[in-house]
Structures are given as C-alpha cells and as structure tokens.
Design a binder for this molecule. Structure first.
Ligand SMILES: [Zn+2]
Length: 587
C-alpha cells in the first residue's frame, strides 16, 4: 500500500473531529495539531504507518474547527460529541460532592432544577442547577428542567426568559434529560386538586383574606373548611368556570391548624388571577385559576418522580407545607437538601433591583446581560469562564450556610484559567509620545504568550515614535531609565512637553534592568497603533480608558481573551471605525 493513496475513512475523520473539538474546548476555541494527532494515534495505533498523511488531515480539520466560534464548537460537541463534554467536566471538576441521603432507596436518582422564567438566572441559581446536574450524573440518574411559571400577575414570566435560561445553562455546561413547563400542565393540577378535595385534603375558601386571618391566628377552622366534599367540588368547578372574581375564592390545603408558623396553616393552593388583565405569555387568558408555587412544585415533584430536591434554605418552610399535601395524597416526600444562599460581592443579583435599573435607565445598561450584573449572562459577557463558576459552586457544595463569593476569589480562579489562553497585548492608556533615538530595529517578533507557544507570535513594526501610558511617563521621569518591554532599555534625554519625551537607547539586554531594578513598561509603536477603548466596570459605573493598542489585535477573534500587559485581563469585543473595544475582566 502506498502512503500517497491513503485517506481517512469516515470513522477516522470523525475521530479526528472529535479530538479536535475536545482540544479546542480545552484551549478556548483553538485546537492544536500536535495533541490532536497524539490523541488520534492513541486511540488508533494502527494508523501510525500513515502518520504523515494523517497529519495533513488533522491539520485540515483543526483549521476548520478553529475557524468556528467557541460557542459553535461547544454546540458541535453537544450535538455530536457529548462524551467530550463529559470528559472535560470529569477532569475539571474533581471536587467530590457528599453522597445524597438515602440514595440507595431509589432505583433512579431524579433531580430537578426549577427556575421561574420571570428573569434570567444568576450565579445564586447556578448553584442548584449545577448541583442537580452533578448529582444526576454522579448517580447516572436524570435531571429535569422545569419552568415554574404559574404566576402571571406578580412574578410575570418573560417570553424570552425560557430560552435565555436554557442558553445560560448550556453555556454553564449543565445538561438536562427532560423539560417541563408548568403553565402547560394546568389540567393535571386541576385533576389532582379534585382528588385532593375528595380525600378531604383541601377546600374552597370563600372568606375574605382578613376574615380568614382571624380564624388562622385563633387556630380555628373557618366555616368553609368542614363543608361537604360535594360542595367543595362544586365550588371548585365554579372557580374554574369563572364564577368568582379575583380574591373571592381560593383553594386551601388542610394542615395542622396549630402549627407554630401561621403561614403554614391551611396554605393557599390556588388563587384566581384575572388573565384578561394579566395574560400569561404562553397560555394567554385560557386559565384564571392558578396554582401557587407550593402546590404546582409539590405535585410535579411527585408526578415527575423526583427523588432529591436540592434547594436553598429559604424553602424549608415550603417543604413543611408540601408535606401536608403529600400526606393527604398518600405520597412519599422526596429527600430534601437545603443549602445556603449565595451572594456575589459587588454585583447586583436581585431581580427586582436589576429590573428597576433597566426600567429607570434603559440607555445606561446593556440589558439583563450587563457586565455589572451578577446574572449568568452578565458574568459571561464580563469574561468569567463557566469553569470558574463551576469551581466556585462545587466548592460551596451543599453547605447550609450562606456564602458571599468575593470578587477577589472569583477573579483568582478565573485568572488561573484565562492565563494560559489569553493573548498578551500591549495597551497604553492615556498615551504620551516618546521619540526614541538610537533604535536600530524596524520590526520585532513577540510571542503572544510567554509559555503557550501555540498562541503563536506577532510581528510589530517599530518606528522611532512610540507611545507609552501616561502612568508610565511618571516612572520614566522618576527612574530615568526604563525598559520598553521586549524592545530596549531607554534613558530619558528630554521632556519636551507633558505629551512628548525624548529618550535614547541605553542598552538592549534585560540584565541591566534587572540589576538596577528598573521598571519594564509596555508601549505601542506609532507605525503599528490602533485606537482602543477599555471599559472598566466600577460598581455601577463604567470607566472608559482610552489609548493605543497593538495593531495585531486585528488578527484576533471577537470575544477572545487577552491580557493587556500590566493592565489586566480583558475581552476583545470588536473593532469598528478604527477603534478596538475591550471589556476589562480583572487584573
Ligand atoms: Zn373561609
């Protein structure tokens, strides 16, 4: 067999694609030929005799993969090579969660993440999402995604939120096996309610709220509680028919009327919402009798076979309420695990606050994905990696105490993950001009990364006019000699004005500078400069630092991560009208 005639079969080609995708995901969207080659050969040692030919195909496929955006590569992995994502997670998330209570009692472990699609999810919601997914995976069980959207009046669902949440979860790397939307299950809730009434577990209450409160506080039943089942069923039918208006009738689940927490006593399972006035985004005004969160969640957990409920501690009282319903129905309550709340220092997580800001200052904020918000979409736009969020959540685990994630901690984890894949670039905010005398080079080549050679290098045209940051001009004045990174050591000759200095090449070696402990500063050549704007979020403000950046930013992909040397990590957003725009991530 001749080497020339060899070409890969479709399954070999697929294998190359798989490893190229896996490698690209590991390196922020850029696969490397070498490692892909060795993976392929590792799995198919029989291809070694064709290594040379094979390498050409690997290079071709790697090039194709690298031309895709990171999101597209992820999507491709999700669709065609899900095992790649699994492997990646296993490797990255070595942290072990404690075993689930009574796991051995259940044939299949079923968890559920149940967001309300009235808004995007934030880092606090990422906790149950990630934990549900991790536990389902740990026990080879199932994860359910359930949209809890049965409050068209107060917690009004946003039509776009269903998909936004799904996209956020996918970006995080959370996968679910089944998906439900509660507003499409109304008939199921009505059927269960009829059964519940028949079992004497619920009643239709026609008391005004304040009247009922009097009975409740006195730990006594209201007159409607003990009326016949037939009357209850008829009243429920009347509710469904629309015979009662808002506030005129509710369905209550019978509980222990002496239960210490009064909010538990005969809690509301259904209320009437005038959907002519408050139409639901999915089902419009088709229904007016809406289950409360507690009723719908409790019923669904049973019907969907959920074995373990993972939720925040503030739901503890809901667990108490729901258990009354379960006992009326003769159902077995799932295991409930309650963990603490999560806050992210310096970021707004509160839905209502974000909504208010967006309403009051629509032009000042990008949307729910604004980089000043702690929404998953916001953190993603800011440049926080999904792996970082994952690490933090896994670290918190199921601890019952509330946690404040410090920005420093988040940044430290993110930095470690960004560092190997961030292109080093020089950026000079508030630039001032240096006239450099005695410079002998016209072009230099600088690697994009000090260690990761795979990022390659760029060539920089050097002229005798260069720009340094205004902040560094002071260093030059103070120290007289500074090193221009990767270029030369220069000595101050003359301060022509605040905006223009003249320097002379002193030496080129790095040793001199190290010995004298002189500063090394970044610069941008006039022959290679591009205007740049770095947006730095500070609390609720956005500070715009303007300056020059190296022209090689043109070669980078939008959305890629860079490290602006001595400034910090940033996301390259776009290049338009000759200005490169970047978002500051952290230093
Ligand atoms: Zn009553």
């Amino acid at each position: 067999m001749s080497q020339e005639s060899w070409s890969p079969t479709p399954d070999i080609e697929d294998l190359i694609w798989k490893h190229a995708v896996a490698n690209a995901l590991r390196h922020g969207g850029k696969a490397l030929v070498g490692p892909v080659m060795s993976k392929v050969l590792g799995e198919r040692p029989d291809l070694r005799p064709h290594a040379r030919e094979l390498a050409k195909y690997v290079a071709k496929i790697v090039e194709k993969v690298n031309s895709l955006t990171l999101d597209d590569i992820r999507r491709l992995a999700e669709e065609k090579y899900p095992e790649v994502l699994e492997e990646r997670k296993v490797r990255e998330k070595e942290k072990k969660l404690p075993p689930l209570p009574n796991a051995e009692k259940y044939k299949v472990i079923v968890t559920r993440f149940a967001p309300n699609p009235d808004f995007a999810i934030h880092i606090g919601n990422a906790r149950p999402a990630i934990l549900c997914y991790e536990y389902a995976r740990m026990y080879k069980g199932l994860m359910i995604l359930r949209f809890e959207d049965t409050d068209p009046r107060i917690k009004v669902p946003l039509p776009e939120a269903y998909n936004v949440i799904k996209d956020d979860l996918k970006w995080l790397g959370v996968k679910w096996d089944k998906e439900f939307i509660q507003s499409l299950r109304m008939e199921i809730y009505y059927d269960i309610t009829k059964k519940l009434i028949e079992r004497g577990g619920a009643y239709v209450d026609l008391c005004k709220p304040e009247e009922f409160r009097k009975y409740r506080d006195a730990q006594r039943p209201c007159p409607h509680r003990d009326e016949d089942v037939e009357i209850q069923l008829e009243r429920f039918e009347k509710m469904l028919r629309g015979d009662y208006g808002e506030g005129e009738a509710v369905v209550r689940v019978k509980t222990d009327l002496t239960y210490p927490d009064p909010s538990v006593r005969d809690w509301v399972a259904f209320r009437i919402i005038d959907t002519e006035k408050y139409p639901h985004p999915l089902v419009g005004s088709k229904y007016i009798v809406w289950p409360t969160y507690n009723f719908a969640a409790a019923v669904d957990d049973h019907l969907m076979g959920v074995t373990h409920i993972l939720r925040a501690r503030e739901h503890m009282v809901n667990t108490v309420k729901q258990k009354f319903l379960y006992s009326h129905m003769g159902w077995q309550y799932p295991e409930a695990i309650h963990f603490g709340r999560v806050r992210l220092e310096g970021f707004i997580l509160s839905k209502s606050k974000i909504k208010e800001l967006l309403r009051k200052y629509p032009s000042k904020f990008h949307g729910i994905d604004d980089i000043r918000f702690g929404t998953i979409a916001g953190l993603r736009r800011r440049g926080i990696l999904p792996e970082t969020i994952w690490d933090i959540i896994m670290e918190l685990g199921v601890k019952p105490t509330d946690a404040i994630i410090s920005w420093d901690n988040l940044a430290a984890i993110n930095r470690k993950k960004l560092d190997p894949k961030a292109y080093r670039l020089m950026f000079t905010p508030r630039p001032i001009k240096l006239i450099v005398r005695g410079l002998e080079v016209e072009e230099i080549e600088i690697p994009y990364h000090p260690a990761n050679k795979e990022l390659g290098s760029r060539k920089v045209k050097v002229s005798n006019e260069i720009w340094i940051s205004g902040y560094d001009a002071e260093l030059l004045r103070k120290n007289k000699i500074v090193r221009l990174m990767e270029l030369a050591n220069v000595e101050l000759e003359e301060v022509k004005s605040e905006e223009e200095y003249v320097v002379r090449v002193h030496s080129v070696d790095l040793e001199t500078i190290r010995k004298l402990k002189l500063p090394i500063i970044q610069w941008v050549s006039d022959a290679d400069k591009l205007r740049a704007e770095l947006v730095v979020p500070k609390g609720l403000r956005l500070i715009r630092q303007r300056g020059f950046i190296e022209g090689s930013v043109r070669n980078l992909e939008r959305g890629c991560y860079v490290q602006l040397m001595r400034v910090g990590f940033a996301k390259f957003e776009d290049l338009s009208k000759g200005i490169a725009r970047l978002t500051f991530i952290h230093d």
